[in-house]
Design a protein around this ligand. Structure first.
Ligand SMILES: [Zn+2]
Length: 487
């Protein structure tokens, strides 16, 4: 028995033209809007997937939160959360239980991806420092003050290639590399292998550039472009990049489609402080995404950090950054987490990653699941290309504000670059022209500021700032004249 409506439908569909028209038009109302496209992850410590009960709790919590990815810590001192011949399984794991495999199964059943993260070169945190003791990083005196491992040794790189690829049997969706850098005191590595390899390439013994004691950031900033030291820094970056490349190649070769990421950002300071170049990895395709650890509490500081992370990237690359949010610092302040998520979205980040899941209490879970995570989100690589959000172009104000922060800390070089970034977006941005002119006037040669003052005056010919700019130009035109910044 067919109802009249069925007959009507049938007859219309028999007419190809009307049928096609009918199929193309939804029967009632508009089609639902597409799901938001966003990475929503949380880092997970071993306690939260050490047993079947812990796995169930964790996946249920992730589901309630509205997450679509979990990033469990896979290696701890001599305690793996998966099976490998290199190190034993975590002693807390019950016989017969396979934590990473079970987590992946349970998470996948809820549509959540799993990207285990690995502590790499920090040999103390991962417990491999004693196992590979002869490959530790050495300071100028040939001593090691830490268990950090030197990536120049092929044995170190091969160890991590095997360790990381060993976990792929668990059916994970990606792997993340953490501590893939030098320690943050810039006193390493002067082992025989590093000295010999650098000397063979450059003809220089890097011991000539070795600091006597831990340098400050200002000292590093000061010497980063000096001939010799500049090459030595670049060479160290290359050692870390080589490790990232070998890991990435091996993972993708063994299980094509597996995502590779790093707990790393793109700030320029990383290049001469910890010798890591996240922006270059992203651009070269060594990683699919980066999670910069933006662990600041204050919202304004968070936004400044967000702008700083974007400085080295093109707008189409912003979406490959997933902002690491400090859940551990924001216990009891769920509203601040919500604000951080909003800021990350506003700046064009492709998602967020909370550190760690265990620090999200009920109030934080509610604030996020009732707020920014209310609608389920699709992971960027699972969304149709057309529905991926286009990252908003950053505004000149963002980069101008960043430049001001750098200027206030005395970092004129980066202040200058930030103002240039603002002016690339809007060549007539008066605040940026004004601040850039005064920044250039404080640098050598001060005369380089003159055209910038002129550009500023063309945009803002009236007012106090214009009067000051004219006075500055007058002084610059006098022999050896350098204007004094009235600010
Ligand atoms: Zn070395």
């Amino acid at each position: 028995m067919s109802r009249p409506i069925g007959k009507t439908l049938q007859s219309r569909i028999l007419n190809p033209a009307i049928g096609l028209l009918l199929l193309a038009i939804p029967f009632c109302g508009a089609a639902p809007p597409p799901a938001p496209v966003e990475f929503r992850g949380a880092w997970v410590h071993y306690q939260d997937y050490v047993s079947a009960a812990a796995v169930s709790r964790t996946v249920a919590k992730a589901k309630r939160l509205g997450l679509n990815a979990l990033l469990p810590l896979a290696n701890h001192p001599d305690n793996l959360m998966f099976r490998s011949t290199l190190q034993p399984l975590n002693k807390k794991v019950q016989k017969g239980f396979d934590p990473l495999l079970e987590l992946a199964k349970a998470a996948h059943a809820e549509g959540i991806e799993v990207h285990p993260y690995f502590l790499t070169l920090n040999g103390k945190l991962n417990g491999v420092g004693t196992k590979l003791a002869k490959f530790r990083m050495l300071d100028r005196a040939g001593k090691t003050s830490s268990d950090w491992l030197c990536p120049t040794h092929p044995e170190v790189r091969q160890y991590f290639v095997q360790l990381v690829t060993d976990c792929l049997y668990a059916g994970v969706d990606g792997v993340q590399l953490d501590y893939i850098r030098y320690p943050d005191d810039a006193r390493f590595c002067y082992c025989a292998a590093c000295r010999a390899a650098f000397k063979a390439e450059s003809g220089m013994d890097p011991i000539a550039f070795a600091p006597q004691s831990r340098p400050t950031l200002a000292q590093l900033q000061d010497c980063r472009d000096r001939p010799g030291y500049r090459e030595w820094s670049a060479w160290r970056r290359q050692q870390v990049t080589q490790l990232a490349k070998e890991l990435s190649d091996a993972v993708r070769a063994k299980r094509p489609g597996t995502k590779v990421s790093a707990a790393a950002g793109t700030q320029e300071v990383d290049q001469f402080h910890v010798f890591r170049d996240g922006a270059a990895w992203l651009r070269a395709g060594l990683v699919d995404f980066l999670c910069p650890m933006m662990y600041v509490v204050d919202e304004e500081a968070f936004r400044t950090r967000a702008a700083a992370e974007l400085l080295a990237l093109r707008p189409q690359e912003y979406g490959s950054l997933f902002s690491g949010l400090p859940a551990y610092k924001l216990r009891g302040s769920p509203q601040r987490l919500v604000e951080h998520v909003a800021s990350a979205r506003e700046f064009g980040f492709g998602g967020v990653c909370l550190f760690p899941l265990e620090y999200l209490d009920e109030s934080a879970v509610r604030a996020l699941s009732d707020g920014p995570f209310q609608e389920p989100a699709v992971l960027p690589w699972r969304a149709a290309a057309a529905s991926r959000p286009v990252a908003p172009q950053r505004t000149p104000e963002d980069f101008c504000r960043l430049g001001l922060v750098y200027k206030q800390t005395g970092d004129l070089e980066r202040a200058k670059l930030s103002f240039y970034a603002a002016l690339a977006l809007d060549p007539k941005h008066a605040d940026s022209l004004h601040r850039l002119a005064w920044t250039l006037a404080a640098m050598q040669p001060a005369g380089a500021a003159a055209p910038c003052f002129e550009r500023f005056l063309a945009v803002e010919p009236e007012g106090v700032r214009a009067d000051e700019a004219r006075a500055a130009l007058e002084r610059l035109r006098q022999p050896a004249g350098a204007p004094t910044n009235p600010q």
